[in-house]
Write a protein that binds this ligand. Structure first.
Ligand code: FRU
Length: 480
């Protein structure tokens, strides 16, 4: 355990070393389970196992022993790639991709306690359908529909465009290939679709895919007819690939919950020094709004980690810094009611600023351009971290206020705007004094701000570093 400025407290990270995709998320026998792609031996991708953690409340997580390890000489000898959980005739079952240098196959493993898993080699789906290569066939996601089991698998058609394959089974053991569920309408959606999820949300079907190489993730909402998906609307899931490999489950209360993986955005030398790599987004709840758009927001349970809070409400014409605060692990809610839109007007928040302004990260909304940006050019003085700006479009309805939910957690920054634009990224300020935050407006706006210092989700903290006490620091003006 180190004094690590960048280690998150309320976003899940592995005890040490590398993680990527969330896997096999489920609720079983009174606990939530989060499995994840894990390299137990290094803080870089390779030798992929399934790590495991569990929680009674979605908020406090306990590390569990490694769940899946490559089987020497087996179909997963080179790695246990991503997959999902299903309770099949009362039997907890994991479906995942077995990787070897020769091919990718879909494996099943069963367990009675969710800790010890037994590979069931006879159940392996060994061959992809025609048109799909043996290296383009992975990430099974299993769900129940119409009293049958279905499985979607990520694929590439002719190694050229993303595709999602559909399988069906009566017993969850023997699978029939039914055909492509949905094929990418164009080449802009990447060469391969990874980690497809397909689930019913209200009266609509949602397909989410992660686009390879590196183009981020996308959602489609539509109908499931004759075992084919017919999209009606679509949009970006987490801008700029800041979060990837989304995995969704049905909660015991019917909510649709989702996690995604946030990769590091720094050079390997820095990752090696830190000894850990990758974090999960907080669990999110998904819904559809009246226009059929996918909405997402952090689960309400997160409030259990809120500690001290400060609050500022101002009304009327304003210009400048409304309030300043300090902290490195914060949950921030800011509502801006914009009274009139002017050219080049902007408003938003700064976080992780140093007193001299040498380091600062800005979350800025331009009402006239309808653009939300995370400006990272000055987020760190370290040349070995990524610092490009991120932008997304947010069109406010007539009279609609801007609501920003900002989860700042060491190097993790998640921004949710009006529950329909999510922007997850990483920032790595170098100075221990880079803890200042502010809210600023230009032009007429009413602002309601609440900031909470956040506690730790892990049973033992991952870093020794304490965060500074939360307090409003006004009137010190902040650089912006
Ligand atoms: C997505 C992914 C999956 C694969 C896993 C390997 O990040 O590439 O397609 O199963 O990671 O770790």
């Amino acid at each position: 355990m180190t004094s690590d400025l960048h280690r998150p407290r309320f976003h899940f990270t592995a005890p040490t070393n590398w993680i990527n995709d969330p896997n096999g998320v489920c609720f079983h026998a009174g606990r939530y389970h989060l499995y994840y792609q894990y390299n137990p031996n290094a803080a870089k991708w390779g030798d992929i196992h399934w790590g495991h953690a569990s929680s009674a409340d979605l908020v406090h997580w306990r590390d569990e022993p490694i769940a899946l390890a490559p089987t020497p000489g087996g179909a997963d000898a080179g790695g246990c790639f991503s997959g999902s959980f299903a309770l099949v005739a009362g039997q907890p079952t994991l479906y995942y991709t077995g990787y070897t240098a020769q091919r990718q196959v879909q494996c099943a493993a069963t367990s009675d306690d969710l800790q010890h898993w037994t590979l069931q080699p006879a159940r392996t789906i060994t061959t992809p359908p025609p048109g799909v290569g043996v290296h383009d066939f992975r990430d099974p996601y299993v769900f129940r529909h119409d009293d049958r089991w279905y499985m979607v698998v990520g694929a590439s058609l002719h190694h050229e465009r993303g595709q999602c394959l559909l399988y069906r089974s009566d017993d969850g053991i023997a699978w029939d290939y039914r055909g492509p569920l949905f094929t990418s309408p164009n080449l802009a959606f990447g060469r391969m679709w990874e980690c497809p999820n397909f689930f019913l949300l209200g009266d609509r079907w949602v397909l989410t895919v992660s686009i390879w190489p590196g183009l981020g993730a996308h959602w489609f909402v539509g109908r499931f007819e004759n075992e084919v998906f017919v999209p009606e609307s679509d949009g970006v899931l987490d801008l700029d690939a800041g979060a990837f490999a989304h995995l969704t489950m049905q909660g015991p209360d019917g909510r649709t919950l989702q996690w995604a993986w946030m990769n590091e955005q720094r050079e390997q030398a820095r990752i090696d020094a830190a000894g850990w790599a990758g974090a999960m987004t907080v669990p999110r709840e998904l819904s559809l709004d009246a226009r059929g758009r996918l909405n997402l927001c952090p689960v309400t349970e997160l409030a259990a980690l809120r500690e001290a809070s400060v609050e500022v409400v101002t009304t009327g014409a304003l210009c400048g810094v409304v309030a300043t605060f300090a902290g490195r692990h914060l949950d921030i809610e800011a509502t801006f009611t914009i009274r009139s839109v002017r050219d080049s007007q902007k408003l938003g928040l700064t976080v992780l600023a140093s007193p001299d302004g040498g380091e600062v990260t800005r979350i800025v909304f331009w009402p006239d351009a309808r653009r939300l940006s995370v400006e990272r050019a000055r987020s760190s003085t370290d040349a070995l971290v990524r610092r490009q700006d991120l932008h997304g479009m947010l069109v406010l309805d007539e009279g609609e206020a801007l609501h920003l939910r900002v989860l700042l957690d060491g190097s993790v920054l998640e921004v949710y705007a009006n529950d329909r634009l999510a922007l997850a990224t990483r920032v790595y300020p170098v100075s221990e004094a880079s803890v200042l935050g502010s809210v600023f407006v230009e032009g007429e706006a009413d602002v309601a701000l609440q900031v909470w210092a956040m506690g730790c989700l892990h049973e033992g903290p991952r870093s020794k570093l304490a965060q500074p006490p939360l307090a409003l620091l006004s009137p010190t003006p902040m650089p912006n």
